[in-house]
Design a binder for this molecule. Structure first.
Ligand code: AMP
Length: 284
């Protein structure tokens, strides 16, 4: 397995593979890989001839007071994991090469970026769509694989790909969880033992909400307050948002009629965690 740091080399390799008729699968990540990332790599392997995994902690998607500097990094460990999951190439550019002095160009999807995580992280998705566009241009994949864990991100990327006529299939795969339901995340490594103990309340609240929907509860205010009560019962957890929305346009809904996204973000100590579930009334 090869690690490529240089953008021109990555360009050239992808171009060569395309000329050979190879189908390129791409898994963009920020590294510190876990089973969630590896599930994307394994699926990419099944659906493409070669799998490129990018590892890049993207500075433009972090606000100044966020955790860019302390975001966990472990290229050596990641290399072994990518290899064991069947990845062929790691693309790990430097921030300096991705955003050289004088860099001025950004990609912005409107509307759906300003809700949910966009409220407490203004500019975050502009950083995401910019880096994903750059990575798509460098890696030139046929298919790119994303996790449902970052559901809003996947909706935004699909919209960007459609709006900008990018010739790339976006494939969304399920969230991989720890045995107690906590969604795997590189940020889980920040949690203290006490914080880790309370973290599964996110998924418990989502499951409870989904059961309410399946059992016919249509009033989102009731679901919201049950979730809020369950989460606030855990003293270390502070709610950023709980949202019950249309999974396509991410607009809040007040009466549940069909497919519904329930998404939340919380802070546990200094760590921000997100999770979501897709649900719908039984028999709809
Ligand atoms: P990140 O390294 O956090 O930027 O994530 C890279 C990709 O892995 C994104 O498409 C995420 O949605 C996906 N991902 C992160 N955590 C999980 C998980 N627990 N299960 C499935 N996919 C995940």
């Amino acid at each position: 397995m090869e690690i490529i740091e240089n953008i021109a080399s990555m360009h050239a390799l992808s171009e060569r593979k395309r000329m050979e008729g190879k189908l390129i699968g791409f898994v963009p990540t920020m590294g510190f890989l876990h089973e969630g990332h590896l599930s994307l790599i394994r699926e990419a392997k099944k659906l493409s001839d070669m799998v490129i995994v990018s590892i890049f902690v993207n500075p433009t998607q972090f606000k100044p007071n966020e955790d860019y500097d302390k975001y966990p990094r472990d290229l050596e460990g990641d290399t072994k994991k990518v290899n064991s999951a069947g990845g062929d190439i790691i693309f790990a550019p430097s921030a300096r090469d991705m955003y050289p002095d004088g860099y001025l160009t950004y990609v912005n999807v409107e509307g759906i970026t300003e809700t949910l995580c966009g409220i407490s992280r203004p500019g975050h998705f502009r950083g995401v769509t910019t880096v994903v566009t750059k990575l798509f241009n460098i890696v030139k994949p046929h298919k790119a694989f994303f996790g449902q864990k970052d559901y809003q991100q996947s909706v935004i990327i699909k919209k960007m790909v459609r709006d900008l006529n990018m010739d790339i299939d976006i494939i969304l795969l399920p969230t991989v969880r720890e045995h107690d339901g906590l969604a795997m995340s590189s940020r889980n490594s920040f949690l203290s033992t006490e914080e880790r103990k309370v973290a599964p309340v996110l998924y418990r609240a989502l499951i409870m909400a989904s059961e309410m929907v399946k059992n016919g509860e249509k009033n989102t205010r009731k679901i919201y307050s049950e979730m809020k009560r369950m989460i606030e019962n855990e003293s270390l957890v502070v709610i950023d948002y709980i949202a019950i929305t249309d999974p396509e346009n991410l607009r809040d809904i007040s009466v549940i009629e069909g497919k519904t996204l329930i998404a939340l973000a919380v802070r546990i100590g200094d760590t921000r965690l997100i999770d979501n579930i897709l649900t719908e009334p039984q028999g709809s």
